[in-house]
Design a binder for this molecule. Structure first.
Ligand code: C2E
Ligand code: MG
Ligand code: MG
Ligand code: MG
Length: 284
């Protein structure tokens, strides 16, 4: 009895694995096609300078226009493309596209607007990121100071010496580096002080209850104070309400991003958004 049950379980398990492997293989085929047919697009989320209230940049966020389904967020396919290596060609496309757009902005009445691009750990492991960026800056003609790269601590857990060398070269070019999702996992300021980093983006989990949870408020205050003494710019992520925005301003947080300040949007919408924003400021 027990044996036959085990046998059945094994059969179910194998059937399940086969199905999942087939699903993954089908997704891989679709993702390859997505690259070939340029089904990827970038949305841009405004970044605000909290002291002036001006939009000073945008984070480029990957979207997949999946045929028959619609716009798909990265959570649905990033884990897969990091597993199968497709993040390398996709990541290159993202960098090139974001830089190309940022150059256009400079000529479209949005001077000084910078673009921020997320990089995966695999890109640092498999590619010479500083060389890739050098080539893309030359090809697109983007001023290096208008490019920001966002990395997470998973990048730091890679071969640290190699990553640090790469980051140093990037900064020599004039590119700035941000630590994304700061505060979750092992990231600490003790660690960051040894790294060639310009900004830290405080993870939105600390911002969510910032106005009601004294612990989160204390953590933010500590990050701002220590970060500033290390000459870092502090960015608050996931700002969803006017109260959170006010709190970040009072605490001296430098920059903010979040649905309250602007959702990720297609490039044409972003351009119109910034133009309207500047007009408002001029009139005020
Ligand atoms: P991230 O870099 O931390 O980007 C911020 C994420 O938070 C985005 O999700 C954004 O839409 C979302 N967000 C922004 N403001 C708010 C807010 O006020 N409330 C809430 N609840 N969420 C907010 P998205 O676009 O789904 O991207 C998820 C993650 O996927 C990104 O997190 C980033 O780690 C990764 N990702 C996105 N684009 C790329 C890319 O081109 N390359 C790589 N390697 N990773 C990317
Ligand atoms: Mg990011
Ligand atoms: Mg983040
Ligand atoms: Mg993230």
């Amino acid at each position: 009895q027990a044996k036959s049950e085990g046998g059945n379980l094994h059969r179910f398990y194998v059937a399940d694995m086969t199905m999942r492997a087939r699903e993954a293989a089908e997704l891989d085929t679709e993702l390859r096609q997505a690259i070939a047919e340029e089904q990827f697009t970038l949305y841009y989320q405004p970044r605000m300078d909290l002291a002036t209230g001006l939009i000073i940049g945008a984070e480029a966020l990957l979207r997949w226009h999946r045929p028959g389904i619609g716009i798909v967020a990265p959570a649905m396919f990033l884990p897969r493309v990091e597993e199968n290596g497709l993040i390398l060609p996709i990541g290159e496309w993202v960098l090139k596209e974001a830089c190309r757009r940022a150059v256009e902005w400079q000529h479209q009445g949005l001077p000084g607007i910078r673009v921020s691009v997320n990089l995966s750990a695999l890109q640092f492991r498999k590619q010479d990121v500083s060389l890739l960026v050098t080539e893309i800056l030359a090809e697109t003609g983007l001023d290096a100071t208008l490019l920001e790269l966002e990395i997470t601590e998973s990048v730091m857990l890679e071969d640290t010496d190699a990553v640090v060398r790469d980051l140093h070269r990037l900064r020599e070019l004039g590119v700035s580096i941000s630590i994304d999702d700061f505060g979750v996992g092992y990231s600490s300021l003790q660690y960051v002080k040894h790294l060639p980093v310009d900004r830290i983006k405080v993870d939105r989990c600390f911002i969510r209850n910032i106005t009601t949870d004294p612990n989160d408020a204390a953590i933010l205050r500590a990050i701002v104070n220590l970060g500033h003494s290390l000459d870092l710019t502090i960015v608050g992520e996931g700002v969803e309400t006017a109260e959170q925005l006010a709190h970040l301003r009072i605490e001296g947080c430098d920059e903010g991003q979040g649905y309250h300040l602007g959702k990720p949007m297609p490039v044409e919408e972003f351009i119109a958004f910034v133009k309207a924003d500047r007009k408002h400021v001029y009139l005020a």
